[in-house]
Write a protein that binds this ligand. Structure first.
Ligand code: AP5
Length: 197
């Protein structure tokens, strides 16, 4: 199963992807996590992207193409994978379509998690509190100003993917305002339906 989770920052993409890894046995490909790991390691890629991520902008499509194409060639992606926040521009969507076509594969479904902006800001606050309580570092882009910027970038550059995937007949919308369990059950119903096709 090849699945894209689409939704604004804080919508719950990572939370749901981690759960799907456990229930469906396919890996989670989070470009955000991969880029943060590169920053952490001090690699040339990390040095290149740090300032961009810290101010809430998107890294270039070229960088994402390199990361994604290398990752989906790995053996554990043979049976499918979850692209968690990994497709954010029309250029990236076209690149993923092209790479999959070359491998004679295609996307199964794109699940859009829809959440109001006020709720997203609440969730950001919770995530910051949770990180502090656990003695973990707070993400450099998790402050209200940068978070608002990330929401604006989502509206401008990523939301156009909704009509893009609607046109392909791949888009399914899930109300992301419910509890984690409610959102999970709505996603599971879609994934079960697709698995049965
Ligand atoms: P990335 O790391 O992908 O961040 P994001 O898209 O901004 O998403 P988040 O991780 O903030 O939120 P999420 O939707 O995963 O929600 P979560 O499950 O954590 O990207 C960071 C940056 O990397 C980008 O800004 C960009 O610079 C760069 N980047 C990455 N990919 C790129 C790409 N393809 N192209 C270009 N640049 C790229 O949940 C949030 C909080 O809410 C958590 O505390 C969680 O516990 C809680 N929560 C989750 N679900 C619920 C629920 N249903 N009810 C209540 N609380 C909930």
């Amino acid at each position: 199963m090849i699945l894209i989770l689409l939704g604004p920052p804080g919508a719950g993409k990572g939370t749901q992807a981690e759960r799907i890894v456990q229930t469906r046995g396919v890996p989670q490909l989070s470009t955000g996590d991969m880029l943060r790991a590169a920053i952490q390691s001090g690699s040339p890629l990390g040095q290149k992207v740090q300032a961009i991520m810290d101010r809430g902008d998107l890294v270039s499509d070229e960088v994402i193409e390199q990361i994604i194409t290398a990752r989906i060639r790995e053996a554990d992606c043979a049976k499918g994978f979850i692209l968690d926040g990994a497709v954010r521009t029309t250029g990236q969507a076209e690149m993923v379509d092209r790479v999959l076509k070359n491998q004679e594969r295609s996307l199964d479904v794109v699940i859009e998690l829809a959440v109001d902006e006020d709720e997203l800001v609440n969730r950001l606050g919770n995530r910051i509190d949770e990180a502090k309580a656990a003695g973990k570092p707070v993400r450099a882009d998790d402050n209200e100003e940068t978070f608002r910027k990330r929401q604006a970038v989502y509206r401008d550059q990523t939301a156009p993917l909704i009509p893009y995937y609607e046109k392909q007949g791949k888009l399914r919308k899930v109300d992301g305002m419910g509890t984690v369990a409610e959102v999970a059950s709505a996603i599971d119903a879609i994934l079960d339906e697709i698995a049965a096709e």
